[in-house]
Design a protein around this ligand. Structure first.
Ligand code: C5P
Length: 287
């Protein structure tokens, strides 16, 4: 096996609660994460030595700043006996800096893919620990599906898959800096008392999710202040037959869940804002 293709699915947050600022500068979080079918496609090809990253998106860094590069570096550190290197080609479909963990998804997919390419058995605990250093969402991206994530985002509890649901995902062209959103969040409001118990109990019961429960995204106010377009997008989605509408991560992506694929496709087909990235996707289980 000299080259393979792996998929790197994006995530959305069904809920995101900030519990506090930690001594290490990160925030203590409680999140419900869900993988979606929107995915980057990554080609991995053995080469004589070193790591090369190429991408269909010219604005994506191809050096050590790229999380996929960092994942490959960790892979070769964990497997020092390997003499060859890898060429990574990222076909970018997930909008960059959009709150859907595109970079983290690539890193996790490269790690999974390299074990396949070199036909090695992964030591998942070792991999998880080293991937958390690359980014808070990378351990989740290694698992996928419906997950309750806490800590920095790296403590994962698998939940039953919420089932196949159709979504409209809307990303304005505005790129959001995640640290800027967290910083503004700290300045704007104190930490609320927020209880995930009802949401978790509902999701653990394998019932249809009850979208009237206390789902929310604490970063909403800060993200909307930085990118007022989020509000405009939400207003449009709120006037459709969406069962549920939410900001993903630190934004600016907003998504709505519909009861049928037809409803979602109708909303996407008549989307009124010209410069947004708009797509219909479905929820997917772990991979
Ligand atoms: O871990 P990651 O690189 O994705 O984090 C990007 C930034 O988001 C961090 O530098 C930090 O400002 C913020 N963040 C945070 N608390 C988390 C995750 C991210 O403050 N749990």
């Amino acid at each position: 096996m000299r080259e393979i293709y792996v998929k790197a699915p994006a995530k959305i947050n069904l809920a995101l609660h900030v519990r506090g600022l930690r001594k290490d500068g990160f925030h203590e979080l409680q999140m419900i994460m869900q993988s979606i079918s929107l995915a980057d496609r990554i080609k991995l090809k053995k080469k004589s030595g070193g790591i090369i990253v190429k991408s269909s998106q010219t604005e994506l860094p191809t050096n050590k700043e790229n999380l996929a590069y960092q994942a490959a570096e960790i892979f070769f550190e964990l497997n020092p006996e390997l003499k060859q290197g890898v060429e990574i080609y990222i076909e970018k479909n997930i909008p960059i800096a959009a709150g859907m963990a595109g970079g983290s998804a690539d890193a996790a997919a490269v790690m999974r893919g390299l074990y396949l390419l070199f036909e090695l058995k992964p030591d998942l605990n070792k991999i998880r620990n080293s991937l958390a250093d690359i980014g808070s969402d990378v351990p989740y991206c290694l698992e996928g599906g419906t997950v309750y994530a806490s800590g920095r985002g790296e403590i994962l509890e698998k939940l039953p898959f919420i089932g196949e649901k159709y979504l409209v995902v809307v990303t304005p062209s505005f790129k959001i800096s995640t640290p800027a959103v967290y910083k503004l969040y700290d300045e704007l409001e104190g930490y609320e008392k927020f209880d995930f118990k009802s949401v978790l109990a509902n999701l653990k019961n394998k019932e249809e999710p009850d979208w009237n429960l206390d789902y929310k995204n604490d970063l909403k106010k800060a993200a909307e202040k930085i990118c007022p377009e989020i509000k405009e997008i939400k207003n449009i989605l709120n006037n459709t037959k969406a069962a549920f509408t939410m900001l993903s991560g630190s934004g600016p992506t907003v998504f709505s869940i519909y009861n049928s694929r037809e409803q979602a496709e109708k909303v996407a087909a008549s989307w009124p804002r010209k410069n947004d990235f708009v797509t219909v996707v479905k929820t997917i289980d772990s991979y």
